[in-house]
Design a protein around this ligand. Structure first.
Ligand code: SF4
Length: 347
């Protein structure tokens, strides 16, 4: 059952505080797909899957540093549906609905049935026109919402329009679909994604190794076999993946499934999400610990989106510093080494 109401959550045995959760649902959209319901252990009060998708009254707490548009989409939007933050790339947000609504979502004020909606044909014309008119746009990033809720026909139409823009070389799609609704991935979807003739990257959003079900792995394999390059995106979340074992397993699962680790996001200052936030110092320690623990193939970039729309910055702990004319580098266990090594004086 695709749960979209508090009543549905209670009927499925995933929640019991109807009054409290109705207050949450009035502010933020709720949806959990059957694939995700099957992953939740209702007997575990700390279940990392439930924590990601089942609403909590903790979301009613908004802290002073949180903001409705934490990464400044709206202040960098020249036309509806486009976010132009960096010279060489734009976001194209055709839809603002998702198969699931993640409780930590940084666009939670924009997505859902009461969110920014789907671009009208006129708005889509204007968005495509904007991309066509800006020669420096090398990459178009389809996000939202989840662009893979669109039918293959609509996806193919959008891709065909991008195909006609010579200066766009890369189309990147950010999605949770291969994990939360893997049955949507089929040959028609893959053909639609490839209809642009551009190089396609697809960023698979997953936060816990348990999300790699047999069906999810099959969906990723179908995409990889279909010629789509897969990269990862995850959010570092308290109570979900903020320990070395879980993060290491998550990154290994990505690599095992031909998904190249890419971004590990520090959680954004989205309203009602303070219960998910880890400190940056703790995040740096976790990411440093991964370095010695798992293969270089499995290392994500730990990034912060600077509030206000100033872009992403790599916030992994610096492993090198200049001290008295030498470099001091730190290994994965924190030990310091001088670089280049000092030359021992001969006796
Ligand atoms: S799938 Fe992405 S956009 Fe949709 S609710 Fe989750 S984090 Fe937000």
């Amino acid at each position: 059952m695709h749960i979209k109401t508090v009543e549905g959550l209670i009927a499925a045995g995933l929640a019991d505080d109807a009054a409290g959760l109705e207050a949450v649902a009035a502010k933020y959209a709720v949806a959990i797909t059957p694939d995700v319901v099957a992953l939740i252990d209702p007997t575990d009060p700390d279940d990392p899957m439930a924590r990601q998708f089942v609403p909590s009254t903790d979301e009613l707490v908004t802290t002073p540093d949180e903001r409705a548009d934490p990464i400044g989409d709206l202040s960098h939007s020249p036309v509806e549906g486009i976010v132009h933050r960096y010279p060489d790339r734009v976001l194209l947000k055709a839809v603002h609905v998702c198969p699931v609504y993640c409780r930590f979502c940084f666009r939670r004020e924009m997505v859902g049935p009461k969110g920014l909606g789907t671009l009208t044909p006129q708005q889509m014309d204007a968005a495509i026109g904007y991309i066509a008119a800006h020669d420096d746009i090398w990459e178009v990033i389809l996000t939202g919402g989840d662009p893979l809720v669109l039918s293959p026909r609509r996806l193919a139409e959008m891709m065909a329009r991008l195909a006609r823009i010579e200066h766009v070389k890369i189309v990147r799609i950010h999605t949770r679909v291969p994990v939360v609704e893997p049955a949507r991935v089929d040959a028609a979807m893959i053909d639609a994604l490839k209809a642009s003739g551009k190089t396609i990257y697809l960023a698979v959003h997953a936060n816990h190794p348990r999300e790699f079900t047999e069906a999810a792995r099959a969906a990723m394999a179908q995409m990889a076999d279909g010629g789509i390059a897969l990269i990862s995106q995850s959010v570092l979340l308290k109570g979900v993946n903020d320990d070395v074992e879980t993060l290491a397993a998550l990154m290994q699962r990505f690599v095992e499934n031909r998904v190249q680790p890419y971004y590990l996001h520090h959680p954004d200052l989205a309203p009602g999400t303070s219960h998910f936030r880890v400190s940056i110092v703790d995040g740096q320690a976790l990411v440093s610990a991964l370095r010695g623990r798992i293969s270089g193939l499995c290392q994500p970039i730990y990034v912060l989106d600077i509030p206000g729309g100033h872009g992403k910055v790599d916030i992994g702990a610096a492993s090198i510093a200049e001290v008295d004319g030498h470099y001091v580098v730190r290994d994965w266990q924190g030990a310091a080494h001088v670089y280049p090594p000092r030359i021992e004086a001969a006796d």
